[in-house]
Design a protein around this ligand. Structure first.
Ligand code: ADE
Ligand code: ZN
Length: 335
């Protein structure tokens, strides 16, 4: 039995495996600029965030119907469950779909259909986080928030993703204020490719409760101290950082040093179909590359439930944390 964990940084569109991409392309009559799944997989060599985003947005062309989104989401939940995920907070990028003529209702209802059966089918409780594309205008983000009003019972929080450099959190001040007024919780990608200052802006200007990535906080000692003191969760994605060349090799990832500095770190998969592993694979990879002890892995799993948006189900959080505390690592080695 794998270590129980929550996944808090997962783009549902980033779980589109090549096999499903081709199946949906055939079903929807969409022509992909790749001959087959092998040729597509060979394209997964990225130079940076932007080169990944280019392929990520292009492949979304195959996602057209509610069934497509439901199938994508249910497939992710099945793979996540097999790796010990018991709670998942899932990002989606509405503007990437509405810009292609796919209605927001199709996207939300398709994803929600899979989420509605997730506890029963996969033993995973879920939350949905609607992300704004930061390389689009603040006005477009505000329109998206307004358009989401009929779906707010499905949505727990707002997030901010896509190309970071040159698109500071402050650009979205009003949108986050409006989201807060609607009762939505707040997270944002910051400090992935962008500077430590963007992490500060996300906290002070947007009022986020968690930072997605936050890796580059390590360049700013005072910020690290603040994040540790205020127990701000960071949703790190080590395999993503290597694939997008934010760091050179996994062995150089600062995760262990960040934990030593008292930061509330979690480990997540980001876009697992593209970056070579789901969250259980990521735990294994960082254990090997950084020599993490069992107690460090337990801390990461505990942190994932501490940082989860489970305030409306504290008994579940407590049960999951108790499972982490009682986890016997020799069980995993016997698999
Ligand atoms: N790692 C990432 N950073 C920013 N935007 C994203 N969208 C999907 N994955 C992303
Ligand atoms: Zn991300």
């Amino acid at each position: 039995m794998p270590l129980p964990k929550a996944e808090l940084h997962l783009h549902i569109e980033g779980t589109l495996e090549p096999e499903l991409a081709f199946a949906l392309a055939a079903r929807n009559g969409v022509r992909l600029p790749f001959e087959d799944t092998e040729e597509l997989r060979r394209a997964y060599l990225f130079e940076d965030l932007q080169s990944f985003l280019h392929l990520y947005y292009a492949l979304m062309a195959v996602l057209r119907t509610e069934d497509d989104f439901a199938e994508l989401t249910d497939g992710y939940l099945a793979r996540a469950a097999a790796q010990g995920v018991r709670h998942a907070e899932i990002f989606f990028d509405p503007q990437a779909h509405t810009a292609r003529g796919v209605p927001l209702a199709t996207v939300v209802e398709g994803i929600a259909r899979a989420l509605d059966t997730s506890e029963e089918r996969h033993g995973i409780s879920t939350r949905l986080i609607m992300c704004f594309l930061r390389d689009q205008s603040a006005a477009s983000a505000m329109e998206t928030l307004q358009a989401a009003k009929p779906h707010l019972h499905r949505i727990t929080a707002v997030g901010l993703d896509s190309a970071e450099a040159g698109h500071p959190p402050s650009k979205f001040r009003e949108v986050y204020e409006a989201a807060g007024a609607l009762g939505l919780r707040k997270v944002a990608h910051a400090g992935e490719e962008g500077p430590a200052e963007y992490v500060r802006e996300a906290l002070d200007i947007l009022g986020v409760e968690r930072i997605d990535h936050g890796l580059r906080c390590v360049e700013d000692h005072e910020l690290v101290e603040r994040l540790a003191r205020e127990r701000v969760p960071l949703t790190l994605c080590p395999l993503s950082n290597v694939r997008l060349k934010v760091i050179d090799v996994l062995e150089e990832h600062p995760l262990a040093r960040m934990m030593d500095a008292g930061l509330l770190c979690t480990v997540n998969s980001d876009d697992p179909a593209y970056f070579g592993g789901y969250v259980g694979d990521t735990f294994h990879a960082v254990r090997e590359a950084l020599g993490l002890t069992d107690e460090r892995l337990r801390e990461l799993a505990r942190n994932s439930f501490v940082a989860a948006f489970l305030e409306d189900d504290e008994p579940r959080r407590a049960r999951l944390i108790a499972e982490v505390e009682a986890y016997d690592f020799t069980m995993e080695r016997r698999e």
